[in-house]
Ligand binder design. Structure first.
Ligand code: GDP
Length: 524
């Protein structure tokens, strides 16, 4: 296969959802279709759970939450599929945001009864920012839920994107008969309790055959629904989807393995292959011969006895090869890798080559940070996703005076991994950790102890937001920093950050210092 063909057949995406909508279940079913796992899993056995979600970390086992993000690659027909798993728990939202920098498209799972939930809304904002094409799977049609047309309206207004159903349910709950495939114009029949599509027949919507399969009243209803869809929605336009202006919608039940193949078959056909990536210097085309890629995730300590990590690299262009020298741009150093790993659904294996769109795991002991670029030699820097202002803040203090060094090292490495954000007060030098949620503080404390032998203590600090500040008016900036000296901090890159105690104080500051720009994310 040529380089172009290899890259074109790749589909790298993430499945995102509010917890419990069915992301894990859908992932398992996709793996099943890809032949990547063999246990049909209406019931999630531990075995599948283990491979379908990564649980290398002890803490994750304890809490049963998918803390980590992992990658599952498999072949399906002529396509190479890479699913990037994301932690469902909202406290790890930053991890999910970063994963979204490494995908070419996204599938959003929504529960038919619950509709669009908070986490879905937030993640969609990130997709919109990055113009990532999204497809939506409305799940749990085997249960009673909202009217499908109402759900379509809700998706459109809540997610702020035009939608176009490409399948449509025939009834729901206990009466759920299946979905009409609007993409292929076929009727897919469903028998409750079965784990695969029991019968997939191509029936034209106007054909009298329809009645034979689903009876008179449902046929009439379906014809009405389909007519309404064609009246209300313009014909599906793939370009609109690729431009992230239109989200195709599928209905089904992941648990019952229904509607999943319809989704997958359409997905591989219309979802984008690796897309050009904007680096600071120029746009990098995936089909360029020279290799380039960036680190979007660092996965720590598969083995707690050795401080080893895996840096996850998304390949942006060309071909990556084992034992070939590549340039680590930040360190200005050539490096080669003797045991890079490919993530196949059930195992990690050493790879000899990988292509744009793929994710490669590079064993590492401290050379990589989130956002690092590797290339065949060219000086390019990929833009990561900016850090957002954390929601929660605490002082981190050393609880074991004998282990100050370990604590410092641990905090430094955990921050490089992107576990949370570190700010240093410019006046007192005290260190402040900012997170999205409480659980992150617990993870940090746990990992400092288990991986570094360091003990930390949290002390309260009441802050509302962190804002990155800048100004062309040097005098005003100096004046501001002088007046607010107790609330000025440095971020990890040494940039000025104002830690506002309340919304009111922030508003006053914005009013009084008109020449200062306040940013709520680290890139502006
Ligand atoms: P996640 O948190 O989004 O990964 O959700 P899971 O895949 O773990 O699913 C949450 C719960 O919903 C589990 O108990 C699943 O068995 C259940 N579930 C998933 N899909 C369906 C479905 O199609 N129908 C029904 N009735 N339950 C489902």
């Amino acid at each position: 296969m040529t380089l172009k063909e290899e890259i074109q057949r790749r589909r790298t995406f993430a499945i995102i959802s509010h917890p419990d909508a069915g992301k894990t279940t859908l992932t398992e079913k996709l793996l099943l279709f890809g032949g990547a796992i063999h246990v049909a899993g209406a019931v999630k056995s531990n075995k599948i759970k283990k491979t379908a979600t990564s649980d290398w970390m002890e803490i994750e086992k304890q809490r049963g939450i998918s803390v980590a993000t992992s990658v599952m690659g498999f072949d399906y027909e002529e396509y190479k599929i890479n699913i990037l798993d994301t932690p469902g728990h909202q406290d790890f939202a930053e991890d999910t945001y970063r994963t979204l920098t490494a995908v070419d498209s996204v599938i959003i799972v929504v529960d038919i009864a619950k509709g669009v939930e908070t986490q879905t809304r937030k993640l969609m904002e990130v997709c919109r920012m990055r113009k990532t094409p999204v497809m939506i799977f409305v799940n749990k049609l085997d249960r009673e839920g909202k009217d499908p047309f109402d759900i379509l309206d809700e998706l459109e207004s809540e997610l702020q994107i035009a939608v176009r159903p490409l399948s449509f349910p025939i009834d729901m709950g206990e009466r759920f008969k299946g979905v009409y495939n609007l993409y292929r114009n076929g009727l897919d029949l469903y028998q409750p309790g079965r784990q695969t599509v029991t019968k997939s027949v191509s029936v034209d919507i106007q054909s009298p055959e329809l009645e034979e399969h689903i009876g008179e009243s449902l046929s009439a209803k379906l014809r009405g629904d389909v007519e309404l869809i064609t009246e209300v929605y313009p014909p599906f336009d793939r370009q609109e989807y690729l431009d992230a202006r239109l989200a195709p919608v599928f209905f089904g039940s992941a648990l019952n393995n229904f509607g999943v193949k319809e989704l997958l078959d359409c997905f591989v056909e219309i979802a984008p292959s690796p897309r050009p990536v904007q680096a600071e210097e120029r746009v990098i085309d995936p089909y360029e011969q020279p290799f380039s890629g960036f680190v979007f995730k660092i996965h720590a300590n598969m083995d707690p006895n050795h401080r080893s990590c895996i840096a996850f690299v998304k390949i942006c262009s060309g071909k990556f090869e084992r034992n070939v020298n590549y340039k680590h741009i930040r360190m200005n150093r050539m490096m080669k890798f003797s045991s890079p790993t490919a993530f196949m659904a059930q195992k990690k294996e050493v790879l000899d080559e990988a292509f744009a769109g793929d994710i490669v795991g590079l064993p590492d002991n401290g050379n990589f940070k989130i956002g690092d670029t590797l290339t065949s030699g060219e000086e390019i820097h990929f833009k990561g996703l900016p850090s957002f202002s954390p929601e929660m803040f605490k002082y981190i203090e050393n609880a074991d005076p004998m282990k100050a060094k370990q604590l410092q090292k641990g905090v430094g490495q955990l921050m490089d991994e992107g576990v949370a954000q570190l700010f240093t007060n410019q006046f007192s030098g005290r260190k402040i950790i900012g997170t999205v949620g409480q659980l992150q503080f617990e993870v940090i404390q746990y990992r400092l102890l288990h991986e570094y032998g360091a003990q930390c203590r949290w002390e309260p600090i009441h802050l509302y937001k962190a804002c990155w500040i800048e100004s062309d008016d040097a005098a005003q900036l100096a004046d501001f920093k002088k007046r607010k000296y107790q609330y000025m901090a440095y971020d990890k890159q040494g940039r000025d950050v104002f830690l506002a105690e309340s919304n009111y104080i922030l508003m006053m500051a914005q009013q009084d210092f008109k020449n200062i720009r306040f940013h709520f994310s680290s890139e502006y």
